[in-house]
Design a protein around this ligand. Structure first.
Ligand code: NBP
Length: 478
């Protein structure tokens, strides 16, 4: 075969990835279960580069140079297993299957193990950036063996997004499921970012009394500063958009029930298993689910509470500045939590993930791309063992400078009855970490009282139990 890479699964994502490879000078073998998609791609975009369309699994495999590199871009779940089962028997030692779909990292671990036993490299690669990214440069998070990355890396570097300094947004994240795990956390952070931006919007609308157009202008201003990011930029565009049918702001005619495809939920489920507090991501997932409970919301509309009182113009401008501080501080916290989760996953599965490299490959191509990620990378480059992003001097200083405004915004949201679960959870996380003593001591006492679950003491080693039902003397429970 002559093709350096093949793509099977030519729906929107696969088609755009195949075109991206071809536009970057690679010969690309094409395959799809239903051949009409393959034919359509060649007919519409055949001029863009060197494509080798094929009509069967055997032809597809034969079209590839060795070691063969097959990118699978089919629906995650059973279709991915079906495609692997179709191709694996046709492959030889050292060939590489790349799964670019949104697989759960546990599935990726299983597939990698099974294929490794058959001599085939399996690379679960998180790909972010949607359709547009697939075509023009996604952020790519490949797992799998380091050996497979040696031959695959240079090809992926050609099609990946380039960070402002020219570095391709792809690097080997770690073995087996590391890439899909990091992609999952990326999506969790994306949920948190979107929720925090949504809360900022809600507060500016209800408390500052700003119109969507005025909020769009405010966000465009923020996008010139430290919040410079894709999500802030598109938020301004969405808020500035007017509905053609009604002439109303677009945001006012869209049903306020958020949907989700599940990667945010996965992040929270796995975080619970790993015991990592990702409260910002959890609040974002729950906020979407709450919004969808239309009946419950309807039935609750008459519950008592304050009606937000819009501020006068000067106060509103001051409040908008405070909201920017609250948003930035909360964002630092949600990235702190997300990177904590990646560290915990890396330790649990022995992946040795470089957190600075992860920040680096999110700098372009993906949904959470932001100037801010350069700062995170710098923090981990300076101190690779940094236990928490909040331990970085600069982030600590920034959050310290933001905290008065952040507290004021959370207090205002409570006083005025405007929900801000993301801002509030982030602030609670921050204060819990700062606290000298937490009420966890009382929790331990309660657990010991009703379940003899024992506790440790601050003043000496050992495990203890108090005889709550008896004379309340303390016994050693070592
Ligand atoms: P879909 O997820 O809609 O999958 C459609 C493709 O899967 C078609 O090529 C279809 O073949 C193939 N397929 C199915 Br369904 N069952 C199959 C089977 N049993 N055997 C062989 N092929 C089968 O495509 P997509 O929207 O392009 O997404 C592809 C992957 O990328 C998914 O995992 C998705 O989650 C992920 N994705 C990521 C992003 C992102 O932003 N990163 C965005 C969108 C999607 P057919 O043509 O014969 O029906």
């Amino acid at each position: 075969g002559t093709a350096q890479i093949g793509v099977t699964g030519l729906a929107v994502m696969g088609r755009n990835l195949a075109r991206n490879f071809a536009r970057n000078g690679l010969t690309v073998a094409l395959h799809n279960r239903t051949q009409a998609r393959t034919d359509a791609l060649v007919e519409e975009f055949g001029e863009e580069g060197a494509f080798v369309p094929t009509g069967s699994a055997e032809e597809f495999v034969a079209a590839l140079e060795r070691p063969r590199r097959l990118v699978v871009m089919v629906k995650a779940g059973e279709p991915t297993d079906a495609v692997i089962e179709e191709f694996a028997p046709l492959l030889e030692d050292g060939d590489v299957i790349i799964d670019g779909g949104n697989a759960h990292f546990e599935d990726t671990r299983r597939r990698e193990r099974e294929l490794r036993e058959r001599g085939i490299h399996f690379v679960g690669a998180g790909i972010s950036g949607g359709e547009e990214g697939a075509l023009n440069g996604p952020s790519i998070m490949p797992g799998g063996s380091a050996e497979s990355y040696e031959s695959l890396g240079p090809l992926l570097e050609r099609i990946a997004a380039k960070a402002p300094d020219g570095t391709p947004c792809v690097s080997h994240v770690g073995p087996d499921g590391a890439g899909h795990f990091v992609k999952m956390v990326h999506n969790g952070i994306e949920y948190a970012d979107m929720q925090l931006i949504g809360e900022a919007y809600h507060l500016l609308r209800s408390v500052a009394g700003y119109s969507p157009a005025k909020i769009a202008e405010t966000f465009r201003g923020w996008n010139e500063g430290r919040l410079d990011s894709y999500l802030i930029e598109i938020t301004a565009q969405v808020l500035a958009h007017t509905d053609a049918a009604t002439g109303e702001p677009f945001v006012d005619v869209v049903a306020d029930q958020a949907e989700q495809k599940g990667t945010g939920r996965w992040t929270v489920q796995i975080a619970l298993d790993l015991g990592v507090p990702v409260s910002g991501i959890a609040e974002a997932v729950f906020a979407r689910s709450l919004s969808g409970h239309a009946g419950l919301r309807e039935a609750s509309r008459s519950l008592p509470g304050p009606t937000a009182q819009p501020l006068d113009e000067a106060e509103a401008a001051r409040f908008a500045d405070r909201v920017e501080q609250a948003l930035y501080a909360s964002k630092i916290v949600s990235y702190t939590q997300g990177f904590h989760m990646i560290r915990a996953g890396s330790e649990a599965y022995d992946w040795d993930v470089d957190l600075g490299a992860v920040a680096s490959l999110w700098r372009a191509g993906c949904i959470i791309r932001a100037a801010f990620l350069d700062r995170i990378r710098a923090a981990y480059d300076a101190q690779p063992g940094l236990p928490s992003l909040l331990g970085d001097k600069e982030f600590a200083a920034e959050i310290g400078a933001a905290q008065d405004d952040w507290r004021e915004v959370v207090a205002t949201s409570a006083r005025q009855g405007v929900p801000a679960p993301g801002f509030a959870a982030a602030l609670s996380y921050y204060d819990a970490l700062r606290a000298d003593r937490l009420p966890a001591a009382l929790t331990q006492g309660q657990r010991d009282y009703f379940g003899a679950h024992t506790y440790r003491r601050t003043d000496r080693d050992g495990v203890f139990h108090t005889l709550w039902g008896g004379d309340r003397s303390e016994v050693s429970a070592d």
